[in-house]
Design a protein around this ligand. Sequence first.
Ligand SMILES: [Zn+2]
Length: 685
Amino acid sequence: MSNPLLDFSTLPRFDAIRPEHVTPAIRQLIDENRALIAELVADPAPPTWANFVTPMTEEGERLGRAWGIVGHLHSVMDVPEWREAYNAMLPEVSSFYAEVGQNLELFDKYRQLFGSAEYDMLTPARQRIIDHELRDFRLSGAELPDADKPRFKQIQEEMSALAAKFSENLLDATNAHAEWIEDASMLAGLPDDAIAAARAAAERDGKPGWKFTLQMPAYLPVMQYADNRELRARMYRAYATRASEQGRPELDNGPLIGKILALRAEEAKMLGYRDFAEVSLVAKMAESAGEVLGFLRELATKAKPFAERDLAELKEFARSELKLDPLEPWDVGYASEKLRQARYAFSDQEVKQYFPEPKVLEGLFGVIRTLYGVDIVADEAPKWDPSAHFFRIDKGGVTVGHFYLDLHARETKRGGAWMDSARSRYVGPRGTQTPVAYLVCNFPGPVGGKPATFTHDDVLTLFHECGHGLHHLLTRVDDLAVSGIHGVEWDAVELPSQFMENFCWEWDVLSGMTSHVDTGAQLPRALFDKMIAAKNFQSGMQTVRQLEFSMFDLRLHSEVDASGGPVPIERVMALLDEVRSEVAVMIPPAWHRFPHSFSHIFAGGYAAGYYSYKWAEVLSADAFEAFEEAGAGKGSLLDRETGERFWREILAVGGSRPALDSFKAFRGREPRVDALLRHNGMVSA
Ligand SMILES: [Zn+2]
C-alpha cells in the first residue's frame, strides 16, 4: 500500500499525498466499488442490512473519503498540478456516481429491502436511509427508459465539468486583475494593515508601490475606506465584472450559465418534473416553489420599508456630509462606513484590534465547552499548509471527533468560508469511527509580526462554520448516511451554523474573547453597546439583498424557459432586473454582472436553494430564543441544560429524522418568525 490516498487506517496523510497519487487511487477505488456492486447484485440471497447495506456503505465510504481529500486539496491549494489532478478524475468520478444512481439492479435490491419484513424491524434512522436511497435513485434517473439513460448520464458529467470551470474562471478572473498604485496620496483613508498588506503584495512581485488584488482582504478595505473615489470606482467595476464578457473571453462565465440552466431544465423534464426548482425541492423541508416565493415575498414586504429608510438616510448623509451626490454603487460601502462611524463612533477597524486570533479561538472553544461540557485540545496531524491547525474534541475523556482549522486567505485558496467532512461518524462491524471536519475561512493572516486580527464579521463567520462543524462532529448517529450533516434537509442545514452566530452578540460571551492586540485591554462595554446599536444598521438593505439573490435563484429555475437550449445571458440579466425592481432598493449599473460570480448556485449546491439561508434563519433565531429564555431565568445564556437539549435533539440526530421533528422536540412547538424579526430589529414599535 504505497499510495497514501488509499490509506484509510488513519487521518489523511497530507504530508505524503501528491497529485500523481490521485488517478491510480481513485481508479482503484472505483474499480473496487464496481466489483463489489457486481458481486452484491449477483447474490441470489434476499438483501439484508448486514449483507447488503453495510458492505455498500463501507466500500462507498472509501471512495468518498479519498475523493473528498482530493476535492479539499483542490479548494485550498488550487495550483496547476492539483487542479489538473482533480479535473483529470472528475469526469470518471461523476460518471461512476451517475452509473450507481442508475443501476436498476441496486435500485431493485433497495426496493426488496424496503418491502421485506426486516424493514419494519429497522430503526427509524435506517428506514430513513433506505427511503432516501429510493428517492435518490429516482432523482438519479433509475426509472428512466434505457434509451434515455446515456443522455442523462452525459448531462450529469457536463454539469459537474461546467461547475468546476465556473469556479476556476472566477478564481482566475479574480487573480487576473490588480490595481497598482505608486502615488501614496491615492492611499488616503486606508487602514495601515491594508496598506502594509498591499505593499507586501507588490514586494512579492518585486515591484515598487502597492498592489491591491480583488481578493476580499484587499478589496473590502478599499471599498470601505479609500477616500479616492476613482480608485473605488475602478476596483468596484473590476470586481463586479469578473468572469464576464467584459474581461478575458476565455474566463467568461456567461455562456456557462446558459448551458447549466439548459442542462438542469433537460434533467428535470427527463425525471418528470416541470422545472429544476421542483427537483431541488424534493429533498428539502419546503414543499413547493410557490411556498418558498410566498415566504420570500412576505419577508420582502416587511423588510423593504426598512431598506428604503436605510437608503434614504445613507443618500442624505452622503450628499450633505461627503458631497457624494448622486450616491454611486462604489460609494455605498464607503459612505456606509462613514455613516456608521458618524452615528456610532466606531469602525470595523477599531473593533478589529480587540479580536486577535488566539483570543477569539479561546473564546469560541470556551462557548463550546460550557454549552456541551466537552474539551477541545490541540492535536497533531499532517496538514496541507503550516498555518492550518488541528484539534480534538473529548467528552469525559473519550474522543468525540477532530477538526482542522485553516483560517487565512492564500492566493491559491478558493474564496469564502466552509465546513467539509473529512470523515463521518460510523459504527460498523469493525468498531467506531469518529468524525473529522475541515473548517476553512479566508481571513487576513498576521501582518508585521503581530497575530492576525479579525473583524466582528470574521468572528461571526468563524462561529457560523463552527456551528456546521459541531453538527458534523457532535452527532450520535451510528449509521453513516444520516450521521452528522448527512441526510439533513438542505434548507435546515444552516440551523446549527446560524444559531452559533447569535452568541457573538452577547456581552458575557463576546467580551471574554477580546484582548486589544497592542494593549491587551478587553473590549470596552461602551464600544460593545455601540456595536449592538449598530447591529441592525442597514439590516433592511441587507435583508432585501439576500431576498434578491434568493428570488433570482428560485425564479431562474422555475420561470425561465430553458427547454430550447442554452439560455441567452440577456434573459438571465432581464430576470435579475425584474427581481430587483420588486425587492431591491439600490440598483447596480447596467454593466454589473452579478450572476457571473454567483458560485452558490452555479458551482455550489444551492441551485433553487439559496432561500435556505433565510429559511434556516427563522429556525435558528427561534432556537436561540430558547437560550435567551433560559438565560433570563438562570442568569447565563450559556445554559448547560438547554445546551444538552440542543445537542440531544438537534446536533446529535443529524439527518436521522425530519428537521421539523427535531426542531419541535427541542422547542416544544412549531417554529415562529417572531424571533428573527426581533433579532433583525424589524419590528415596528
Ligand atoms: Zn453555512
